[in-house]
Design a protein around this ligand. Structure first.
Ligand code: HPA
Length: 264
């Protein structure tokens, strides 16, 4: 971790971001809004995970957004790529080591709630780890027993709601249920998810929330809704649909995050 941390600090050249944003699908726009951007490829950071999917390797992009230093993580590694729930551990430990305090997680997700249509943005208020996986399995110290009662920081959440209001973006709030993927859920699984209290379903974020709390970061998380979940419309789900729909909600999420930074 030391070598990667030192390399990031060297590349940042004095920039000290206190906020990191892990980008889900459709949030690429945020990268383009950065000024004085510095890009660091995961491939150039010792021990960082390499994504095997569709040639999209991960990278860190640091710069200023609304005059505030931020570091964006693009091309997160998903559990379904390798079966390793702790794939994002080193990147998150390095973020903590360079002085980051707030970890903002974003993803695209399916809606379980008829009132929350594709294009909506949902603030994650809590989650259900339905994958049964945990990124801290194998961690030998007692630090592994991370409390999750207040995993999503209430103060950050309130600031984000204020930012949404200011930017006139409707912000839903709900529970995110993590399925391992990569196949989508069945209609029966979505019925179950609804009964168990989920509002959205997806294939990421939960391991990073656990890792973020493990290293002591304050967490806020958002889902961009790209589709109604399996069985709700009769249509087959596809990754193409996810990619096509994500930018719409992504624009609204960008507005919220920019307004939040402007208020800092
Ligand atoms: N299920 C799981 N992950 C997803 C979905 C979904 O319906 N939509 C986007 N990511």
């Amino acid at each position: 971790m030391k070598a990667a941390t030192a390399e990031i600090i060297r590349a940042l050249d004095g920039l000290m971001p206190r906020t990191a944003i892990i980008l889900g699908s459709g949030l690429g726009g945020l990268v383009e809004n950065l000024t004085d951007a510095v890009t660091i490829a995961f491939a150039d950071l010792e021990g960082f995970p390499q994504s095997g999917v569709s040639g999209h390797s991960g990278m860190l992009v640091a710069g200023k957004l609304a005059e505030v230093p931020v570091i964006l993580v693009s091309g997160r590694i998903h559990y379904y790529e390798s079966g390793d729930a702790s794939a994002m551990r080193l990147p998150i430990e390095c973020l903590k080591a360079i002085g980051v305090r707030n970890l903002i997680l974003t993803n695209s997700a399916g809606s379980v709630d008829e009132k929350m249509a594709p294009g909506s943005v949902m603030q994650i208020s809590d989650h259900i780890d339905f994958s049964g996986r945990n990124p801290l399995i194998g961690e030998p110290t007692d630090k592994r027993f991370v409390g999750m009662t207040n995993a999503y920081d209430e103060e950050l959440a309130a600031q984000m709601r204020a930012a949404a209001k200011k930017s006139k973006v409707e912000l839903f709030k709900g529970v995110y249920m993590w399925f391992s993927g990569p196949s989508f859920e069945t209609p029966a699984e979505i019925k179950m998810a609804r009964i168990l209290g989920a509002n959205a379903v997806g294939m990421s974020t939960v391991p990073e929330v656990i890792l973020g709390r493990f290293v002591g970061l304050n967490i806020a998380a958002f889902s961009v809704i790209t589709n109604f979940a399996a069985g709700m419309t009769g249509d087959e789900l596809s990754h193409d649909e996810t990619k096509e729909m994500a930018p719409k909600g992504g624009e609204n999420l960008t507005k919220i995050l920019t307004a939040w930074l402007e208020a800092k």
